[in-house]
Structure formats: C-alpha cells, structure tokens
Write a protein of this length. Sequence first.
Length: 284
Amino acid sequence: MTLRISSAAKINLVLSVLGKRRDDYHELRTILQSVSLYDTLEFARAERLEIDAPAGITEQPEQNLVYRAAEIFLQKYAPAQGVKITLTKKIPLAAGLAGGSADCAGALLGLNKFLAVNLPLAELDKIANQLGSDIAYCLRGGAYLALGRGEMLRKIPELPRLYGLILKPPFALSTAEVYRAYRPAGVKIFADDAYIEGKISPENLPTHNALWPAAGALQPELPAYRQILKATNPIACSMSGSGAALFAFYNDKITRDKAAVSLYGRYEIYPIETINSAQTISEN
Ligand SMILES: C[C@](O)(CO)[C@H](O)COP(=O)(O)OP(=O)(O)OC[C@H]1O[C@@H](n2ccc(N)nc2=O)[C@H](O)[C@@H]1O
Ligand SMILES: Nc1ncnc2c1ncn2[C@@H]1O[C@H](COP(=O)(O)OP(=O)(O)OP(=O)(O)O)[C@@H](O)[C@H]1O
C-alpha cells in the first residue's frame, strides 16, 4: 500500500511587519491563503528512512525539510519503522510560496497516517514549529490570520473561489536575506479587517506586502516583473511572502485565462485558484 499527499503552496494576501523580536525574528501580521499549486509526496514501506527528492534543493540531502521532519517523527513515534518518501516538486524554490514548508507539513501528515500513529494536530505543530515559521499553517491551509513569527494562527472565513496567476521571476530570494534587508517604513499595520470579517470578493481584495521594498533592494528587476503582471489588468497584484513570486487575481476565469495566454512562453507562470485546505490525500 502506498499513500500519496499533495501539499499546496501559500500566498500572503497581506503581510505587515510589526517590529523586530528579541529572538531576531520579526513580529508579523499576515493573511495566508492556500492556492492550487502542489508538491507531491508518496510514502512506501522500506527498511529505513529514505528520501527520493530532486537534486539541488539543499546542499546536503539531510537538510531537506522532508528528511528533517521524518527524522524527528520516526525517532519519537516509530523508531523501528522505515519509510521511503518520494518528493515531486512543482512549487518554485525560494519564491515566498512556502514550498519547503508545504513539503514538511506533507511529510508530517503523511507519516502520521501511513504509520497509523494518528497524533492530534497539536502534536504535529510541536515538530512543525521547530522547523519553520509557516509550517503549522501548511498543516492546515485555507484562509488564516498568522501572528508572531507566523506560527500563531487564527482561523478566518474562507475566501470565495478566485482565479489567479503566479509569475515567478528568473531569480530566487532568500527569506533570511529579505528580512535582513527590511527597514520599517510607512504604514505599520495594513488594514486587513475585510478578511477577518469575511467581506472579500473580486470587488474587494486589498493586498499589501511590507517586505516589497526589501525584496526590490535585493532584486532591482522585481518592479518590472510586477508591471508585466499589472499590465494584464488584474483586480489585485502583490508579492508573496519574502518573494520573488508575484501573484495576481482576476474578475473571473475567462479574464485570468486571457492573461495567462498573453504571458505564456515568455514568463514562468502558474494558473492558480484559492483552495480551502492545504493537503489532499489518496491511497492505493
Ligand atoms: C515570509 C513568510 O513566508 C511569511 O509567511 C514567513 O515569515 C517565512 O517563514 P519561513 O520560510 O518558515 O521562515 P523560517 O524558515 O522560519 O525563517 C527563515 C529566516 O527568515 C527570518 N524570519 C522568518 C520569519 C519571521 N517572522 N521573521 C524573520 O525574521 C529569520 O531570519 C529566519 O532565520
Ligand atoms: N523540500 C524542500 N523544498 C524546497 N526548499 C527546501 C526544502 N527543504 C529545504 N529547503 C530549503 O528551504 C529554502 C527555502 O525554500 P522554500 O521553497 O521553502 O522558500 P519559500 O517558498 O520562500 O519559503 P517561505 O515562503 O516559507 O519563506 C530552500 O532554498 C532550500 O534550501
């Protein structure tokens, strides 16, 4: 029997930075939303832990977040078990889309089910929060307000289905470097009450990313890519997380598909829709 988990990318519709913490992380207030762009993990019985992942994700295979999550989980809850996890990636690397975090969450949920350990989510959160700031979110998905480093989650009303595009510029951005380049400026807390109150629609989709100036300082070409996306007349357009991925949403599927056709072949684009959960699980 094998188990297959598809784990979704996230975007930050609003990202406000409230200040620097004593632990050198930044205090965040951000609206997170899952979108239909997935990495896939497949679980099969094996003598020991084995990760089959594309080359070049990390310098050492043991640094892969799938390996790190599995190592902690097996050591603590299934010490005598072996599993082979095969990772297939579609989420662009170091793009602000939580690709590594999505894979880490998929590994925890997949092992929990495949080995029938059946831990409650709160136990998986404890491992997630050791490995990153938005992995606890990736264990859930859908629409959330995240506070703290990004690990304190408040459920907010699900968004309506919105049709969008992700444009991945031809360069990566390190989350740590973008936060290091961040300088406080302008509005501290961007108005996100429409999300909290469930008043979002194609006519009302406010976006903001406080890390945008820092990302642009590291990659001066970034504003030109945002202009390319804005030229397709979206209802909203912003950068996700620490970047460099940009997202745009459109009035409906037809206008989104027209925008996709106008960019296809010249830029790395991914058609997306808002979705209400981060993982889909199938067994065979
Ligand atoms: C940018 C976001 O994607 C917004 O959702 C997240 O805040 C990033 O979450 P993440 O990739 O899980 O980040 P982590 O792997 O925890 O941290 C990477 C580095 O980013 C910086 N970092 C991250 C999160 C945060 N709230 N403040 C920070 O300053 C820290 O230097 C940290 O060492
Ligand atoms: N399974 C994985 N997939 C992608 N990156 C991984 C994985 N495991 C570890 N990493 C490391 O994490 C780094 C960040 O990758 P990731 O794709 O998560 O960035 P991101 O989308 O910007 O994340 P976030 O939005 O959470 O900041 C990569 O450069 C890589 O070195």
